[in-house]
Design a protein around this ligand. Structure first.
Ligand code: CA
Length: 256
């Protein structure tokens, strides 16, 4: 534990709380923050929570790195040169893979808060923030990321076969009438979950919990958009789905 850590950290115990789950072993956090002092401070403290902290000081570079690599969490300043934090958040959420995002804002106006969360940030912190608050929030985000990864580890390694649809679990491949279909990681997870639970109805919150690995009632549109894309890829006619039916007012079910 460094000397610097103690300076900013009077109230925090020096060890993780008893009984707390250890944070994932290979974790990478991306920090997109144009104020060098704050970025350095974040790096010092986040290094205690994960294996690697990458600092970026402008929005353009930050956006590129956010999209190109897999991150356990992204700390995103709202006001950034070149591309601002809201646009970066929007672009990250347009991707299929889930990554937890913590927004940093200079002022705590409701507008900032609402905009940030509506665009899909998981949490936000208002500057100036205490290190204790920062580490608590980031630990929560890393646990959320772990949970989203956990679903994949727990999948049964079996192949599923239904009227023309094959889900090859170990290869993470899907075939329709023998022809391979290109799915994103999350589309595959979603289809695999349905195919593993035929004839059961799931609502969007349940799908978020099971497939994305975190419960958040604010992101039901995430399920809808993934479902639409999945259907265009696997259904012969996505207006009259053959495999995943809509159960109106409830959710979806897979027809085995
Ligand atoms: Ca800034």
């Amino acid at each position: 534990m460094s000397f610097t850590f103690h300076i900013f950290n009077h109230n925090e115990p020096t060890h993780a709380d008893e009984g707390e789950e250890p944070v994932m072993s290979q974790s990478k956090i991306l920090v997109i923050e144009d104020e060098f002092d704050i970025a350095q401070l974040l790096k010092i403290h986040l290094s205690e929570l994960c294996d690697q902290v990458q600092l970026v000081h402008d929005g353009e570079q930050g956006l590129n790195l956010a999209l190109q690599q897999t991150w356990s969490a992204i700390i995103l300043d709202l006001k950034l040169p070149k591309v601002d934090g809201l646009e970066i958040c929007r672009r990250i959420r347009g991707q299929s893979d889930y990554v937890p995002i913590l927004m940093l804002t200079a002022k705590s106006t409701e507008l900032d808060r609402v905009l940030g969360l509506e665009l899909g940030a998981d949490d936000y912190l208002t500057k100036p923030f205490s290190v204790m608050e920062l580490t608590a929030r980031v630990k929560a985000l890393l646990r959320r990321f772990d949970a989203s990864q956990g679903y994949q580890k727990n999948q049964q390694e079996v192949n599923l076969n239904y009227a023309g649809l094959e889900v090859l679990t170990d290869q993470r491949t899907v075939k329709i009438d023998g022809k391979e279909v290109e799915l994103t990681a999350k589309e595959f997870d979603l289809l695999h979950f349905f195919a593993s639970n035929p004839d059961k109805v799931f609502n969007r919150t349940q799908l978020l919990d099971q497939v994305w690995g975190y419960g958040h009632d604010g992101y039901e549109h995430t399920v809808n958009s993934h479902m639409n894309r999945l259907r265009t890829k696997i259904e012969p006619n996505s207006n009259e789905p053959k495999y995943i039916k809509t159960v109106w007012g409830v959710g979806y079910k897979f027809i085995g």
